[in-house]
Unconditional design. Structure first.
Lengths: 312, 312
């Protein structure tokens, strides 16, 4: 693991890919690896992109990659699909546009699927961000396929979150889930050449004006990615949000909050694992169940008995 | 609590209502109460009803209540709305039809909402079932408003689960989530006078034939609740499933499996509560976070340190 960690820190792509597979499979060795690379993280700007399918997220991600590559910045991309059990090349195969970056060593792209466990996916995504950050990527884009609760959990890890809307049907704003509205730092009204674009922009602004005063009032940007319009506005909005975060120690506070959540989650998972392995091994669990079925014991008292016998 | 428990066991409605409020609010005294009434449970037949809004679930529940009331059985109804934070009278107010039972002492109806925590709702629903069972209800109906994941978790607690479909659009079967298909013991194709009913029935049967062989092959019943057609078929299907459960010790195995899950969930919640209260109290957590921000510590090692210091 020490060797793998060192290779990651030199920016080795194969090492990073192997490390991400370790965290995807939740291999026990990953902890040693993550501990070793962790001190070298915190430099990347993590940008989350979420929005309904068809909103043009992938093309937008593509433009953002171009933008940072022109500045000779190193980019990492994590494309997350909570609805798919597939990982690695599977989703990536569809991402035709992103493939033009696939040959550029300055862009590292990885797709991640759920493998049946959403909690596991959000953990693995966070650990993959850590790996890309440690390998020296200046920007890490985290893109999701949809706008469900799991996507919200995933983009929450980003420093700057873009929520992509389209004017389609003019109902874009009403149908957005509350959770999505709350995580946006920048609203991107994409396909702004479509009918209803002005209305969508107006509605988003209205909704923001009606919201309780936020420390950061999300920016609203109109883009037409296919015509390359509005993109400079978007890039400067991202810079503006980053500058906001860096001012007055906000980024430090934000990362502290994230570290707090991460530790609590790790503690919770570890306790669960230990409890489960003990509970499932003990023959006395079977005895407790028999007593419960005979009604000489109830589940509440049984839980207390188990707690008394657990060693952490 | 002892007095309240005794009152519940005599079938006292006010006592049951108070007890359900205790579990809804997750009051610490509830454990003592639930322990005391638990030995008196296991007699009720728990019937879950789920299906998309507009499928006629409430009217169906209404007919089922009528059916059991004609046999002079005591009925309990829990109407669960995971999308609503409201409880008690709030949802119930809308359930015009059920109100005709509201004056019948043989029917006890309670609505439950999420109060912002879905995990809490499924726990509270299970505890409310325990209370209705202990108060001597022969049948407990658990009805949900929709067909999401939280509804699946809730109806999982039922002995017999009805999934209500309608022929609307003919796409009823395809759009059903996998999770919903798996929990059905009986498919009710309601509004069977609508176009496409035959097709829906055929599709459900086809899907069941294509499924890996199940220990219980779900029954498919066509109903027209408004015309009172097909209901006798439904009632006999429910009886048939109950008889199946009771044969060869299946009900016992099923309840054992449920008790196992319940205990594990209780253990997990209790550990979480204890861990959280310790972690949040300790000033050293703040120190750990500061070390993490200075990169002299990583979250993985911090979690291990916390685990070493936790007392259960």
């Amino acid at each position: 693991m020490k060797e793998l960690a060192e290779k990651i820190l030199t920016g080795d792509r194969r090492a990073a890919a192997r490390a991400i597979s370790l965290v995807e499979n939740n291999e026990p060795e990953k902890q040693e690896l993550l501990s070793q690379i962790y001190p070298h993280t915190g430099k990347a700007h993590i940008i989350g992109i979420t929005g309904a399918p068809g909103s043009g997220k992938s093309t937008l991600a593509d433009r953002i990659i171009d933008h940072y590559r022109k500045q000779e910045l190193q980019v990492g991309v994590i494309a997350v699909d909570p609805t798919s059990p597939f990982t690695g090349g599977a989703i990536l195969g569809d991402r035709i546009r992103m493939q033009e970056h696939a040959l550029d060593p300055g862009v590292f792209i990885r797709s991640m699927g759920s493998r049946g466990s959403l909690g596991g996916l959000s953990r693995a995504t966070r650990e993959a961000i850590t790996i890309l950050d440690a390998m020296g990527r200046d920007v890490v884009l985290v893109e999701t396929v949809g706008v469900g609760q799991s996507e919200v959990d995933i983009v929450k890890m980003a420093d700057t979150t873009l929520v992509v809307l389209t004017p389609a049907g003019g109902d874009g704003v009403q149908t957005l889930k509350a959770g999505i509205m709350e995580i946006a730092d920048i609203f991107v009204v994409n396909k702004a050449d479509m009918d209803g674009a002005d209305r969508t922009i107006r509605e988003v602004n209205m909704m923001l004006d009606l919201s309780p005063s936020l420390p950061w009032r999300p920016l609203v940007v109109a883009t037409k990615t296919l015509q390359n319009e509005g993109l400079e506005d978007l890039y400067s909005s991202i810079r503006e949000h980053r500058a906001y975060l860096e001012a007055e120690g906000r980024l430090r506070e934000f990362r502290k909050k994230k570290a707090r959540l991460e530790i609590l989650e790790l503690v919770e998972h570890k306790i669960k694992d230990r409890v489960w392995s003990q509970v499932h091994d003990e023959a006395y669990f079977e005895k407790l169940l028999e007593q419960i079925l005979k009604k000489t014991l109830d589940p509440y008292s049984a839980a207390d008995q188990i707690l008394e016998n657990i060693k952490l």
